[in-house]
Each structure stands twice: as structure tokens, then as C-alpha cells.
Design a protein. Structure first.
Length: 157
């Protein structure tokens, strides 16, 4: 592999053990990504960016196909108005394109929220900063790497 993905570089700097996985071709679905990584869909973590206010963002880490409950997210952040970040905002805030986003090596500090469904897994994968590759690590190492992250139920019931 020629270049270490930005998320891998950030984790290496933090001393967090991880693996870089490169997909053999284009990834078109969560199921395909999971299968190629020899994982279940719930082990594939999506990093979703939300705009809380002018210049204020939060990233929610969700397991597999789980959807963020707007009500649960609003309650947790204590705000009634929030939106999903636009593609331009995602790139400006994280430095990554959609499909490659992760909570490491970001252009600006972002509040990170981890859904309990992520922590229910032992090993997960998430964006590497480069489309077509992923980072594989344990949830224990994810927590060590994100000591300030808030864990909660963002799926709501």
C-alpha cells in the first residue's frame, strides 16, 4: 500500500492499534462492505455529521443500518433545531468525503457521540479518510482513542 490513510495516521499518532482494509473494487452497499471485511453489517460504523448551529457540529457513530432518532439526538444535545450536514459541510469540517468519514484526523474539533449499538460490538470498522478503504479496530481501542466521546442511545425507541 502506497500511502497510509489519514485516519490510520491519526490513530498511529495516538498509539491505537488498528488495521487498514482495502476493498478490491467499488463499494456499493453496507452489506457488501461488511462481507468483504468479513464482518456483520452491525460492525460497520457510519460516521454521520450533524449541524447543530452556525459553525457547530456533532458526529454520531452508528452501527450498520441503524438510523439516528432525531428526537433522541435533539434531547441529547439539548437543541430542537439541527440538520444533517451538507456534503460541502462534511468536507469542510472533516476533510473527508462522504463514505470515508471517521472521527479522527478532522480539520476542526467536533463533538463525538457514539451510539450504544456500536459499543455492543467487539470489533468494528469505520472510514479511513479515503474511499475504498476502512480502518478495523476494537471498540475498546475506539473508546481509548475518543476519551471525550459521549455514549448514548441515539436510535431511540
Amino acid at each position: 500500500m502506497s500511502e497510509q490513510p489519514p485516519v490510520s495516521q491519526a490513530l498511529t499518532t495516538l498509539g491505537i492499534p488498528h488495521q487498514v482494509f482495502t476493498h478490491p473494487g467499488a463499494v456499493t452497499s453496507l452489506q457488501q462492505a461488511a462481507a468483504e471485511r468479513d464482518q456483520q453489517p452491525d460492525q460497520v460504523v457510519r460516521s454521520l455529521l450533524f449541524r447543530l448551529g452556525e459553525g457547530e457540529y456533532a458526529m454520531v457513530l452508528m452501527a450498520g443500518p441503524a438510523q439516528v432518532s432525531w428526537k433522541a439526538l435533539r434531547r441529547h444535545v439539548g437543541q430542537s433545531r439541527l440538520t444533517t450536514a451538507t456534503e460541502e459541510e462534511v468536507l469542510a469540517v472533516t476533510g473527508y468525503t462522504r463514505g470515508a468519514v471517521a472521527p479522527f484526523g478532522l480539520r476542526q474539533p467536533v463533538r463525538v457521540l457514539i451510539d450504544q449499538g456500536v459499543m455492543d460490538q467487539e470489533i468494528i470498522s469505520l472510514g479511513s479518510g479515503i474511499r475504498g478503504s476502512a480502518i478495523i479496530l476494537t471498540t475498546a481501542d475506539l473508546r481509548r482513542a475518543l476519551p471525550d466521546a459521549e455514549v448514548g442511545d441515539f436510535q431511540g425507541t
